[in-house]
Design a binder for this molecule. Structure first.
Ligand SMILES: [Fe+2]
Length: 319
């Protein structure tokens, strides 16, 4: 049967195919990550590794230290997700069990990767509702700080919120946004958005600041500093502004961006085309990480004392 409606439709420009790993344009900067030879282009390991007794113990100790700080700091949806997935049952959680539960709630799963993976492969997994999690755990020497995302950061920090339907949709939309960022060569801008939301985001809950960012929730110092510290700015999220803002990779943040709800976050991003931003953006960041602008909606103007004293390694107290 002829489809009259389809025939009368204007030509729709081809959209991206999210079921395949996007091609990486040669002009785009790529971090020098070397894929282990035995893995395919999706970087997935065939199975979750079998952790030893000491490694399970490290998980348990990290979990115990962190869980006590969650009430009064972590947002409601995170707390609900933690309970739902029962991540404190002892030892590194089993990815298969966790994925079954997640799939029934929001269609997400957790998949093992050996290390940090390239941006375009990361986007591909997120766009298909797979969360790549580190297939290793930090050693006791790295107990307090590890720069590379290990299984504790990835599972404890990120996975609970994947049980929330709106946040789960945001994460998928973020992955899809990667295709356009690649086309415009604006990965840094999109990374800043991830950094200031998924990793270091704050949310207002009954007028109280709470945390939803995984980078904060997986460590004790920043859990307190981000919400209670005098030093950092706390500013309402503005996507155009955030995409122009530099960030700190290996220390506490100088600025946190605050949302009112996950619904707001989803609307601020998903319903934006991003093209106008990408077209007007310079390749470098425009705003320093400590900046507080006249146009910002500022909840707290930070003293920046931690940053000004030199941050990590300087002996400055996070305050
Ligand atoms: Fe992370």
């Amino acid at each position: 049967m002829r489809d009259h409606v389809a025939m009368d439709k204007p030509t729709v420009p081809p959209s991206f195919d999210y079921s395949r790993i996007p091609a990486m344009p040669t002009s785009v900067f790529v971090a020098p990550l070397r894929k282990p030879a035995e893995l395919s282009d999706d970087w997935l390991e065939p199975a979750q590794r079998k952790y030893g007794v000491e490694e399970h113990r490290i998980w348990d100790e990290l979990y115990q230290r962190q869980i006590g700080l969650m009430p009064g700091h972590a947002c409601r949806e995170f707390m609900r997700g933690l309970e739902r997935l029962n991540l404190g049952r002892g030892g590194v959680p089993d990815f298969k069990e966790m994925s079954e539960e997640l799939r029934s709630l929001t269609g997400w799963s957790v998949v093992p990767v050996p290390m940090l993976i390239p941006d375009h492969v990361f986007y591909y997994h997120l766009a298909n509702r797979r969360f790549p999690a580190g297939n290793f755990i930090r050693s006791r020497e790295q107990f307090d700080y590890i720069q590379e995302p290990d299984v504790f950061h990835d599972v404890f920090g990120h996975v609970p919120l994947l049980t929330d339907p709106i946040f789960a949709s945001y994460m998928e939309a973020y992955g899809r946004a990667g295709w356009k960022a690649l086309k415009y060569n604006r990965l840094k801008a999109l990374s800043a958005l991830y950094w200031y939301t998924v990793e270091f985001g704050l949310i207002l809950e009954d007028d109280q600041l709470r945390i939803y960012g995984a980078g904060i929730l997986s460590g004790p110092t920043e859990t307190v500093f981000s919400v209670e510290g005098r030093s950092p700015n706390r500013i309402h999220l503005n996507v155009d502004r955030v995409m122009r803002t530099d960030y700190t990779i290996s220390d506490l943040q100088a600025t946190y961006f605050v949302i009112e709800s996950f619904r707001e976050l989803f609307h601020l991003t998903e319903q934006r085309g991003f093209e106008p931003i990408y077209e007007s953006l310079a390749p470098a960041f425009q705003y320093a990480k400590t900046a507080a602008l006249d146009t910002d909606h500022i909840y707290h103007r930070g003293t920046q004392e931690y940053e000004l004293r030199g941050g990590r390694g300087s002996g400055a107290k996070p305050a």
